[in-house]
Design a protein around this ligand. Structure first.
Ligand code: SAH
Length: 250
């Protein structure tokens, strides 16, 4: 799995070589940051000149959550650039699933907050829903931070194996295998409670379900091939999204 001559079990295509994978990492991250900055700039301009209405309390909390997620992830995007990709299993399907997540957890919520385009689907939930959303958002941000810290330079936005890729089985990963996905599940639930609009409230969980169930088997297969018995032993003592064993996080 570490050499570039293996074929991709998902698409059947040969895996990309080291050089092209290196180019792809840098290119993808620059493109992603440029798109992200452009979307946020357009959002602020639209909020001020078109929307002309302050976000609700829930929407403000959602925006704070978005900013905190960006701040938590940013150093790892930089750090992983030095840990080059040696095998990529990025497929067209995975790219489409990431696109659906981008739409459901960034574009649609920003349209709801910053423009009148989705006003027909506005919601006015009771304060208890906003309060619950805030608690779920706090849990999401803690787990998002903790999983990034523990996964370190092994993190990838898609299915990839890196140069110095070790199996992480300590910290939050000692009891659950997919804490980052668990945090994103919490994030879409928090979004549904806080965004005060039916369209992004429904789209977030739907896109996450598509991404999670469309990716999880391929990700675990990739790690099983890479880490063999070490992976099997790890699976036997952990849960996917929920800790299998009670115990303090080391
Ligand atoms: N599914 C994990 C990680 C998401 S990031 C979570 O939800 O926490 C996706 C990348 O993480 C994949 O490309 C895979 O190579 C890597 N990865 C997933 N679990 C890992 C582990 N236990 N140790 C090392 N790398 C892992």
């Amino acid at each position: 799995m570490t050499d570039a001559s293996h074929s991709n079990p998902v698409s059947g295509a040969p895996e990309r070589g080291v050089a092209s994978a290196r180019r792809a990492t840098t290119g993808t991250s620059w493109r992603a940051w440029a798109i992200y900055a452009g979307v946020l700039a357009t959002f602020v301009a639209s909020l001020v000149w078109w929307r002309q209405r302050a976000p609700t309390t829930g929407q403000t909390l959602w925006l704070v959550g978005l900013m905190m997620q960006t701040i938590i992830r940013a150093p790892w995007v930089r750090a992983t650039r030095q840990n080059h990709i040696v095998a990529s299993r990025r497929t067209t399907r995975d790219t489409l699933l990431l696109g659906a997540m981008f739409l459901a957890t960034l574009l649609l919520p920003l349209l709801a907050v910053g423009t009148p385009l989705l006003d027909a689907a506005e919601l006015r939930p009771p304060a208890i829903v906003t309060a619950c959303g805030t608690i779920v958002l706090a849990a999401c941000l803690w787990l998002f931070w903790r999983s990034h810290r523990d996964l370190g330079r092994n993190w990838s936005p898609t299915l990839e194996v890196r140069d110095a890729h070790g199996l992480v089985s300590t910290g939050i990963y000692s009891s659950m295998r997919h804490p980052m996905y668990a945090s994103i599940w919490l994030g879409v639930v928090a979004q549904a409670c806080l965004i005060d609009n039916l369209v992004p409230a429904a789209a977030g969980p739907v896109a996450m379900a598509m991404m999670y169930f469309g990716r999880i088997a391929a990700e675990e297969r990739m790690l099983a091939e890479r880490f063999g018995d070490e992976w099997e032993a790890y699976v036997s003592r952990t849960g996917r999204l929920w800790p299998r064993r009670a115990g303090a996080v080391r």
